[in-house]
Design a binder for this molecule. Sequence first.
Ligand code: GDP
Ligand code: MG
Length: 798
Amino acid sequence: MKLSELKNGETAVIVRLSGHGGFRKRIMEMGFVRGEKVKSVLDSPMHDPVKYHVMGYDVSLRRNEAAMIEVLPEEEAREELTPIHSFGCSSVCESCNSSIGCNCIYRPASTKRNNVIDVAIVGNPNSGKTSLFNALSGSSEHVGNYSGVTVDAKSGSLSYKGYRINVTDLPGTYSISAYSPEERYVRRHLFDKIPDVIINSVVASNIERNLYLTTELIDMNLRTVVALNMFDELEASGAKLDYYHLGGMLGVPMIPTVAKAGKGLDKLLDTVIELFEGNNKTIRHIHINYGNVLENELAPMQQELHSADDLPQQFPVRYWALKLLEQDAEALNLLESCKKLKEWNTKAALAAKRVHNQLGIDVETAISDAKYGFINGALQETYTPGDKDTQRKTRRIDRLVANKWLGFPLFIALMWLMFTAVFYLGAYPQEWIAAAFELVGHWVADIVPAGAVQDLLVNGIIGGVGSVAVFIPQILILYLFISLMEDSGYMARAAFIMDRIMHKMGLHGKSFIPMLMGFGCNVPAIMATRTIESRSSRLITILITPFMSCSARLPVLILFAGVFFPKYAPLVLIGLYALGILVAALTARLLRKTKFKEDETPFVMELPPYRMPTLLATLRHMWDKCEQYLRKIGTIVLASTVIIWFLSYYPRPEIDGQALAAADTEQMAAQNYEQSFIGMIGKAIEPVMEPMGLNWRATIGIITSIPAKELVVSTLGVLYSSDGEEGLQESLVSSGDFTPRSAAAFLVFILLFFPCIATVAAIASETGSRRWAVFAVVYNTTVAWVAGYIVYIIGGLF
Ligand code: GDP
Ligand code: MG
């Protein structure tokens, strides 16, 4: 029977996996292995995907993929499944050949003779790596409860007992194979940077699947200490773990920690130092026994490799032999420089075939079966499961959040709440900030004599920066919501319920998170696409993310919606966001139909248990974003406003040094803009924008959105500052430059136009090609123009 045929609430045992290699590998490392119990828990509101419970975790899987997993009722499965080798943790010392218990420690101490220790944190997504990193380094990296918030390595450092410890927070992975960009990244890091010590962050309350990654670290013979994180959850569940004994069996010291509360860190750091100095009692290199069939193939392979003198020294011979047998392409890339690689490959391929013939399963499955067998054996002796049901809360919330009838309304209500909060709540502090800037402007105008300097200070810097700074409250509120959704675990549920719809666009539910993050800032959003394993889906997601209206565009949208559509402002705002999403969806379909015809990878996603977001983590996240925004204001915005001021102030028309009457000044200033450099640029491009009713001043606003979207408002702030006492809102209306119709076209154009420079750079680096960046620029600009024009035409009908 197929897993997809299992009804909600039913349990069965996995007997066989089909489908292509990548699919099998992925679901195996996430816990779908032969002999494992799996329960169908909940359908998503649109019936697909389904939430399954396996190995203590909730995982979402599409029906057509679940169909590739064969299951049987428990009793029948026991007969079907004959173990391919005895479970247990027999292990043999590489140097003295005795089984467990020898005293050879040939995991050597670091050869470095200084006090600097490089530490890398490795672990499953959501195992608390970032929390650990923050607690250790005191840094304020964002902590998230969604698999994949950490998309890049972050570094920090601390001083401890006379050592300088550099800590790197690596992306979360289920294993270290060639499967996803994260995994490749982690292996590359371990291979190239050669950290002195690895901290393997393991969820103590759910140890089985987490230890899979640990077995890979064991194979790699890295100096590892396991941080048994979330030990509080283990204790709360009533489970017992003899971690001392377990560590002994695995040859890896294990230290309980509660990263969230900063507990156990001293002990962890002490162990790091012990490992570095080579005086830890627990550490030793064990060999996981892969069963007779595999071991018989591994032995000659190892011998062969031993005799090579050009094998990289980072990992042991046995590891390379395993990877050769597995035909792990990425690992073999690391062997590129070996003279005999071709020969080895041929031999390994033959060996793999023999294994398949004898066991009836491929090498990868056999290896992961053996790894899980090893883990099981070790846990049987050391672990007693708890009797308290700690997942009841998560199940209850999920029944509500993913409910057939309530799921979507709840989701939409949440989005609505988010955008209204941004719009209405943000308005109050916004006014205070605006008033403060105005006050400063007046004050400066009073003490600085009239002339170019005063104009630069008041209209250029204070006016320009001020018009951007007023949006800080809105951005804080937006990030408050995004941060809460991420930290609580709701973000993954959003992907779960949205998968069916995203599937229609040819994407994964996972693409939904980067798109949602795009509402904050496109740059991290594009980086967050790294969690999408499928290359085509990832590229498409990257290309459509710029259509998600980022928070930097929000100021312009709020300004124009408020000024020209005062009664319907929130509606206009939601409409614009919706338009962005629509264009993104159409673009995705278009790309799927043309350039990327097929999608290669499965939709498997962990649904982490709901956790209460901590106030500190939320505030840190908000402060992070606020700081980024302030930095942007202090650099790009400030520099650009000065440049724009300069371009708009010069060249000055000849006035013979005459003082002008107040009435003339206004006219003069307007005239001055027209004759200034910026006026010339705007006018040159005006004909292109004219079809949608936009003149040179609006055009200038659009051009200045290229370095950063925030600049539109500050530019308009400078351009329309000539009208004396009026605020920007009033002068926009009184200038007569915009009608509601052209304002709508302007809004649409700004929404869809050329992503900002930073985003273009992110596209180039994440796709690994400038061509896609250029494509994005040309495509988005064209779409923006066409859409703006259509809106203008439609506006004319009313
Ligand atoms: P990462 O994905 O591995 O970087 O994990 P994070 O550091 O983002 O943590 C994931 C979630 O686990 C967050 O909601 C944390 O607040 C929570 N968390 C981290 N450490 C602990 C811990 O020791 N105990 C408990 N109960 N929760 C923790
Ligand atoms: Mg993290």
